[in-house]
Design a protein around this ligand. Structure first.
Ligand code: F6R
Length: 607
């Protein structure tokens, strides 16, 4: 989604900012722009299209040591040159870049128009530039404060003003902003990924905070009254190389292949072989707290929600606590009943998904306890939760999530184990699951080693306009995640169904043109699943079956993909890995931009 980068220092600022913007490209965007403050005052270049295209057409005299830049993902108004950020006021002295949504922009636009201002774009952001310019405060901080007083909505924003050439002022409310400290030069960005090549000494702004950034340092303050919040920078433990694709043809492929290693990272130090349990210090819940939990409610969006469904299944099976998952984007709008003995679990790779963040805030506002399963350390959701489990998957750049989702599943397995072992789960079962978790990274590696066998199957699936993914009970969320991955990057219509529901409607669509990818593990439902395969086969529906080698498909005509068996409760994640590869190779066969699928953003920070 939208990205912000800013620089102030000794270097020519525009190239630094443009390079930073390329680091945010995978988040998804449709326009780019940059504003520079130099000897010629404030100058802006912006247009619909890629950062590279903007770089190619940058005016010759675009020098200056202070700049802000932006990649826009259209919300208010289409992707046009005029709607691209930065937005400027009528005098051309103020430039603003903004992530988030200004909810009262229609009213503010009307007020500005009534006051004689000519608006140059359809965006919500433009109002901020005019409001800053029209403030009578005598400092830039005062002008920004005055503008924010009338703005309702979410924002991460950066402001340049020709009358205050020694600074960038940034502000945050709901959209991330990081200040990076260099040597007599400073950076701002909406994501660490844009900074890590330059510095790992950073300060993350909190909601309601503003910062003045000059070439020699920064100071933080509250929006409301400009009183200091005294934030200092800290060192983040991030390897810049983790953000590079290296020799891999895409980030998604790199991230799929990293899974044996990243899966070990989430388990490391958390398994207790002796007592067959897990230790999750970050939850900040002792055995008594864990025992008091009567229900678990998991909240996430998109694929995180589907993994949440897998997690709910694990928790019910291992801990025998009623558990379910709900799309955070729905939960937050339906005035949910928050129960004191329910444990709410927010699950998110980015930790910035606004729907999930607002769901967490709703839970906490009503007195509920919410823990997080989050990948990005220090992100908004991680900070908002009462405690949690970091996923340690490392930076995930590709829009289609893979390694983070695997670690979400493993995080849920750890949580289910711990909840189970303070209840009725036997030590023998606990040890069985600990051993299963320890085997998992090696089994993921085994599946990845068989990648070549999947390529042809993926190509065949890519040719279909429409596909089904089916699974039963533990397998249904796997099917949902498989269909999600497939549609995201191949743009094929892929629909997930519980296998048991096929005969209640969708069977009408089965014919030789509509393939079905079926999940058929060796478990208590194998025979029933095979029954459904017969129904599809009888209607000449092409079948791809993800299964275990002990499963006998008899005379059913199917392409089969065997995965190693683990414990039945843990099998869902192993069944998921081939689905990642099928989606990947189908998209590659179709020649799509795998890391940047159309219309999608890595982190959805608008409502
Ligand atoms: C799918 C995908 C999205 C995200 C969803 C939540 O591959 O990436 O569906 O899972 O937008 O994002 P996070 O986990 O960052 O909250």
């Amino acid at each position: 989604m939208c990205g912000i980068v800013g620089y102030i220092g000794r270097q020519d600022a525009a190239p630094v900012v443009l390079e930073g913007l390329t680091r945010l490209e995978h988040r998804g965007y449709d326009s780019a722009g940059v504003a520079v403050l130099g000897g010629r005052g404030l100058r802006v270049a912006k247009q619909a299209g890629r950062v590279r295209e903007l770089t190619d057409v940058l005016p010759k005299r675009f020098a200056g040591t202070t700049a802000i830049g932006h990649t826009r993902w259209a919300t208010h108004g289409p992707a046009t040159d005029a709607n691209a950020h930065p937005h400027v006021d009528e005098t051309g002295r103020v430039a603003v870049v903004h992530n988030g949504i200004i909810d009262n922009s229609a009213a503010l636009r009307a007020q500005l128009t009534d006051a004689g201002v000519t608006l140059a774009s359809d965006t919500d952001t433009e109002v901020v530039a005019h409001l800053v310019a029209r403030s009578e405060a005598d400092t830039l901080e005062g002008k920004v404060r005055d503008a924010l007083r009338v703005v309702v909505g979410t924002y991460g924003l950066a402001v340049l003003h020709a009358d205050f050439p020694d600074r960038i002022v940034v502000a945050r409310n709901g959209s991330p902003l990081v200040v990076g400290v260099g040597d007599k030069e400073m950076y701002v960005a909406s994501d660490l990924a844009a900074l890590v090549r330059h510095t790992t000494t950073v300060a993350m702004l909190d909601d309601g905070e503003m910062a003045t950034v000059t070439a020699s340092g920064f100071s933080t303050m509250r929006h409301t009254d400009l009183s200091s919040t005294g934030k200092t920078a800290t060192q983040v433990d991030i390897d810049a190389a983790a953000y590079e694709a290296g020799d891999h043809e895409s980030y998604m492929r790199k991230e799929i292949l990293e899974q044996p290693t990243t899966a070990q990272a989430v388990l490391r130090g958390r398994l207790d072989e002796r007592f067959g349990t897990a230790h999750l210090g970050g939850l900040e819940m002792d055995a008594r707290d864990l025992r008091a939990v009567r229900r678990v409610k998991i909240l996430g969006c998109g694929s995180a929600y589907y993994v949440g469904q897998m997690g709910a299944g694990l928790i019910e099976e291992l801990a025998r606590i009623p558990a379910d998952a709900e799309a955070a984007s729905e939960f937050r709008y339906r005035d949910p009943v928050i129960e004191p003995d329910t444990l709410y679990v927010a699950v998110s790779q980015s930790g910035e998904t606004i729907d999930t963040l607002l769901a967490v805030q709703e839970v906490r506002r009503k007195g509920g306890r919410c823990v997080g399963l989050v990948n990005v350390v220090g992100s908004a959701i991680a900070r908002e939760c009462d405690g949690g489990i970091y996923l340690h998957a490392g930076p995930e750049v590709a829009v289609a999530s893979t390694k983070a989702l695997t670690n979400m599943f493993l995080g849920f397995a750890l949580l289910a184990l711990q909840l189970g072992r303070v209840r009725d789960l036997s030590i023998a079962d606990g040890k069985r699951l600990v051993a299963g978790l320890e085997r998992l990274p090696g089994q993921i590696e085994e599946i990845l080693a068989g990648e070549a066998d999947l390529v042809e199957v993926a190509k065949e699936l890519a040719e279909a306009r429409s596909l089904f993914f089916i699974g039963r009970v533990r397998g249904f969320p796997v099917a949902r995640e498989g269909a999600q991955k497939f549609k995201e990057i191949s743009y094929r219509h892929a629909e997930a169904y519980p296998t048991s529901e096929l005969k209640h409607g969708p069977l009408a669509l089965i014919d030789p043109e509509v393939p079905t990818v079926a999940l058929v593990p060796r478990d208590e439902l194998t025979e029933r699943n095979i029954g459904a395969l017969h129904e599809i086969d009888a209607r000449h529906g092409p079948l791809v079956v993800i299964t275990h080698d002990e499963v006998d498909l008899g005379a059913i005509g199917a392409r089969r993909i065997d995965v190693p068996r683990n414990e039945p409760e843990l099998d869902p994640i192993l069944l998921t890995i081939p689905l990642q590869l099928l989606a990947y190779h189908a998209a590659q066969h179709l020649g799509h931009d795998i890391d940047k699928p159309r219309n999608l953003a890595k982190s959805v920070t608008v409502e």
